[in-house]
Design a protein. Structure first.
Length: 512
């Protein structure tokens, strides 16, 4: 039931660009690229120093924040508030399968393919410190997968759009407030959060985080697909090849973003889900089938039994900062804009189905995917030591993926399809984030076409400039998203208590 708007929606729905946010975020991007061109070593050293400080001071807080967000979200979903329908529609505007496909593709992104192959192998060859097992032995299999589930499971997904989505949907659809990150702070600071430099800083910090987090995968995709094309087809692995791949990617995700959620974004996501399902089924039955099932069941049991110890592990901060805290910072950086995007596509959904889909079902699908891809790699490595670990040396993720896929029947075709899958995964993140950044700039859920084109093109161009310097430029940007997670994590904090309060108020109102 829609409440009486306390704000005039027209006041925020004008398609004018928020210039302070645009200038701060665009200015940062320009300064970052300029510094990278002039002195990449200085930039890398500066980012490394800021990264080390961020994870040292905020790592423990991030671990508590992610765990709390998941637990509070599940509580809200299972409580009486879970039946509340969010938004201003009596029925969802997007069908359930297509809606879930968009969520999976946007939030999992390209990292979900390369990390699915690489991370279980990394933990298998160098077990996490929580587990006292010998490396590269059968005993190391389940801890390797369980640790991967921790990084890509319930906690990671919950921070990307559960409690924060409730706040956005109520304040935007019911109260007429803008779809901008600053709106998350309205329940705490009131009108002060919506106007002036404070609101502009909040929005700019969140945009910079997402631009850093999206440009990185775009650049890495150019490097990784170029490596794959060289390995499979003998094409030269040069800057020209990498640039052409990125230009193709820019065209795909920009056209998709311009065509809107109901058309391009939905079509790309649906295509990718069907391709991923086909590859899952093929690998499941053509690969080490019984090993995959046994590993998934056992590793899931281990993940659940060690859930709290893994989530709260602080005994080896050096390891943590390379793995868990790095991932938490990365996902936190995406948090507000991902939640905005889920709010935009979830109009008419109930709180319970939204939280369960994002925080429970999507992680279960993700962990099964990691078991099929990464678990197969571990099985091949056990059977033939060095088959996967040698190509993977130096954390060469595309080499690990291709080493796994080429063990399968029709290995060449499967390898090509995986490269396509990864490309479309990155494209679905590119189109949704281009769309959402444009939403931040205008505060509306239908931003101007030119703005979408601008952000789509500029992110791709920045990726091309940074890889021209070498992978160090892209790596610096990837690590910088963890630095931006410091202010972003403070913006997300109030949702822990404001979302349950909003859900209770809406539940009471719906009973009258």
């Amino acid at each position: 039931m829609k409440s009486h708007a306390q704000h005039d929606p027209e006041r925020f729905s004008a398609r004018a660009v928020d210039w302070p946010t645009f200038i701060v975020s665009g200015g940062f991007l320009t300064a970052f690229v300029g510094t990278a061109i002039v002195d990449i070593n200085f930039l890398s050293a500066s980012v490394d120093g800021a990264y080390a400080t961020s994870v040292r001071l905020f790592g423990a807080y991030w671990q508590v924040l992610l765990l709390s967000t998941f637990l509070v979200g599940i509580y809200v979903a299972l409580s009486g508030s879970g039946r509340v329908r969010l938004g201003n529609l009596a029925q969802p505007e997007i069908g359930t399968f297509k809606w879930f496909a968009i969520i999976m593709c946007t939030l999992l992104a390209g990292g979900g393919v390369f990390f699915a192959a690489a991370e279980p192998m990394a933990h298998f060859t160098s077990p996490p410190p929580l587990y006292d097992v010998a490396a590269e032995t059968p005993a190391a299999v389940y801890p390797a997968l369980a640790q991967s589930y921790m990084h890509w499971g319930f906690l990671a997904w919950a921070i990307l759009g559960s409690l924060t989505t409730i706040v956005f949907m109520h304040l935007h659809y019911d109260k007429g407030l803008p779809l901008k990150p600053r709106t998350l702070l309205y329940p705490v600071f009131g009108e002060r959060a919506l106007h002036g430099w404070f609101g502009g800083f909040v929005d700019a910090a969140c945009v910079v985080a997402v631009v850093a987090g999206t440009v990185g995968p775009i650049g890495f995709l150019g490097l990784q697909v170029s490596y794959g094309l060289n390995d499979l087809f003998g094409l030269p692995n040069t800057y020209l090849t990498q640039s052409l791949i990125i230009l193709f990617l820019i065209a795909v995700y920009t056209i998709s973003s311009v065509s809107g959620i109901q058309r391009g974004i939905q079509l790309l996501s649906t295509f990718n889900v069907f391709l991923a399902l086909a590859l899952m089924v093929f690998m499941l039955f053509m690969g080490p089938t019984s090993f995959i099932f046994d590993s998934y069941i056992h590793s899931t049991g281990l993940y659940l039994s060690k859930f709290i110890p893994m989530a709260t592990f602080r005994a080896d901060t050096e390891w943590l900062n390379q793995w868990t805290v790095f991932f938490w910072g990365w996902f936190l950086g995406y948090g507000p804009l991902m939640a905005m995007f889920i709010a935009r596509i979830s109009n008419g959904r109930r709180i319970r189905e939204m939280i369960i889909a994002v925080s429970v079902v999507a992680p279960i699908v993700t962990t099964f995917w990691f078991t099929i891809v990464g678990g197969s790699g571990v099985a091949y490595e056990l059977a033939n030591p060095g088959a996967i670990s040698i190509p993977f040396e130096g954390f060469n993720m595309p080499a690990a993926l291709l080493a796994i896929t080429q063990q399968l029947p029709l290995g060449f075709l499967v390898s090509v399809l995986f490269l396509i899958l990864t490309t479309v995964f990155v494209a679905t993140t590119g189109d949704s984030m281009t769309y959402t950044i444009s939403m931040v700039m205008t505060g509306t859920d239908d931003p101007p076409t030119l703005l979408r084109v601008f952000w789509g093109v500029i992110m791709g161009v920045v990726a091309m400039i940074l890889i021209s310097i070498g992978s160090g430029g892209i790596s610096a940007l990837q690590y910088f998203i963890v630095v931006t997670a410091v202010p972003v994590s403070l913006i997300l904090l109030p949702s822990l208590w404001t979302a349950p309060r909003i859900a209770r108020e809406l539940a009471k109102r719906s009973q009258h």
